[in-house]
Design a protein around this ligand. Structure first.
Ligand code: ASP
Ligand code: MG
Length: 425
């Protein structure tokens, strides 16, 4: 990663203009799904460029292209070769960059498209979920210097053997942040179909408020708690390189939400948001022998099977037996159950039960570090709504509970009210 504080030379710098910046803009697949949307995005980009900024655009594959490509390969064979899958999936983003460059040029805005490998995005060898090792900045800087808008394909790179790799689903976000770091961009803007990051899902809580700013850590906790705004890996990357992220709408020019380093003002706000996640399921193993090493066996088997375990509780043992419950991604429930049944059998434990009718509700805020009693307030307000808590977990800046799925709306609304999230502070 080249992190020289060198800025591209701009012709426009001869004319005094204010606030000229290097801006990376990221557009998702839905915003380039058809010609009309593509032209809308192009107009947006051209407008930013006309203000004199250096603009680098990172874009995902149009609409459902990636899903469609995966489906095509799976029609041929259940487990397609991963190296070739990367060659296939990378074509999605290559369509977007070319079409977007065509759109920009048709408007008289000079642009150039590049694939990931062309701009020197070098990754490790893990096909279909490669990690970025390096991002070159020369190609991008040279094109910027010529006054072009640079359009880079998200989600793809190449390994040391020059084979095409992809970064895992949703990986274009990561490309955008990595490119922003490499060229020392002033901001990495994520264009979304929402106005920014909200105190709660506005579809559920009508008076939810758009947040002016959140810290990287809050954004990460919100993402793991179910807020589907940004890919977690990209927020981690942004945090490590202190890249300022601006989450904003494709459809209007309002200021969105800035994701940035924590500030003193942020610490004063105890709870910044309430999130929920309906994509988890609970597994309970009953009557597990209560002796050392049992949890180690169970959860190392989950790890080996590649199952992500989120929350865990173990009841106090009685008669030498105890119950263990934990949550996994719903999409991994089947795989997990097969393993758990086997382990339970080996351990001579009791029944194994799965429950898909659960959800996780969380409150997140950096101010929790310095304020106590938030958990109690949260539990009280859930109790007042007669929402039963099945499991609890906490981090420094987050409290999560597992509740019945049908209680989600009630719980989120109650907590939003309790922590006065509709009020600007
Ligand atoms: N096109 C890829 C996907 O659908 C990458 C992305 O959209 O960020 O996962
Ligand atoms: Mg996509």
């Amino acid at each position: 990663m080249s992190l020289r504080p060198l800025r591209a030379f701009r012709l426009e710098s001869l004319v005094e203009r204010e606030d000229m910046s290097i801006i990376v803009q990221k557009y998702g697949g839905s915003s380039v799904a058809d010609a009309e949307k593509m032209l809308h995005v192009a107009k947006r980009i051209a407008k930013t460029r006309a203000k004199g900024h250096d603009v680098v655009v990172v874009v995902s594959a149009p609409g459902d292209t990636t899903d469609d490509l995966i489906a095509m390969a799976k029609k041929i064979t259940e487990l397609p070769d991963e190296r070739e899958m990367d060659v296939l999936l990378a074509t999605g983003e290559q369509q977007s960059i070319a079409l977007l460059a065509i759109a920009l040029k048709s408007m008289g805005c000079d642009a150039v498209s590049f694939t990931g490998p062309q701009v020197g995005i070098v990754t490790d060898d893990t096909h279909m979920k490669a990690r970025i090792l390096r991002v070159g900045d020369r190609t991008i800087r040279e094109a910027l210097r010529k006054g072009k808008v640079v359009i880079v394909a998200g989600f793809q790179g190449m390994n040391a053997e020059r084979e095409i790799t992809t970064l895992g689903r949703g990986g274009s976000d990561l490309t955008a942040v990595a490119v922003a770091a490499a060229i020392q961009a002033d901001v990495c803007e994520f264009y979304k179909d929402v106005d920014g990051v909200f105190t709660a899902n506005p579809n559920l809580v009508p008076n939810a408020r758009k947040l002016k700013s959140v810290s990287y850590d809050e954004m990460l906790e919100m993402a793991s708690a179910g807020a589907q705004v940004l890919n977690s890996r990209s927020v981690e990357f942004a945090k490590n390189y202190e890249i300022k992220i601006h989450v904003r709408s494709t459809f209007n020019e309002k200021e969105g939400t800035i994701v940035m380093k924590e500030t003193k003002t942020m610490e004063k706000i105890v709870v910044s948001g309430v999130t929920y996640n309906k994509n988890e399921a609970k597994i309970t193993v009953r009557a597990v022998p209560d002796r050392p090493g049992v949890a180690a066996i169970l959860f190392s088997e989950m790890g080996k099977a590649g199952v992500n375990v989120d929350m865990i509780i173990q009841n106090i043992g009685e008669h030498g037996k105890s119950d263990i419950s934990f949550t996994v991604d719903r999409s991994e429930l089947k795989k997990a159950m097969l393993k758990v049944r086997k382990v339970a059998g080996d351990l001579k434990a009791g029944d194994v039960v799965a429950d898909e009718g659960i959800a996780k509700v969380s409150v997140v805020g950096v101010g929790m570090r310095s304020h106590s009693g938030i958990a109690a307030q949260m539990f009280k307000s859930l109790a007042a709504e007669k929402v039963n808590i099945q499991m609890i977990s906490t981090s420094e800046i987050k409290i999560s509970v597992i509740v019945d799925e049908k209680d989600v709306a009630k719980a989120v609304k109650a907590l939003h009210r309790k922590f006065k999230l509709d009020k600007v502070r």
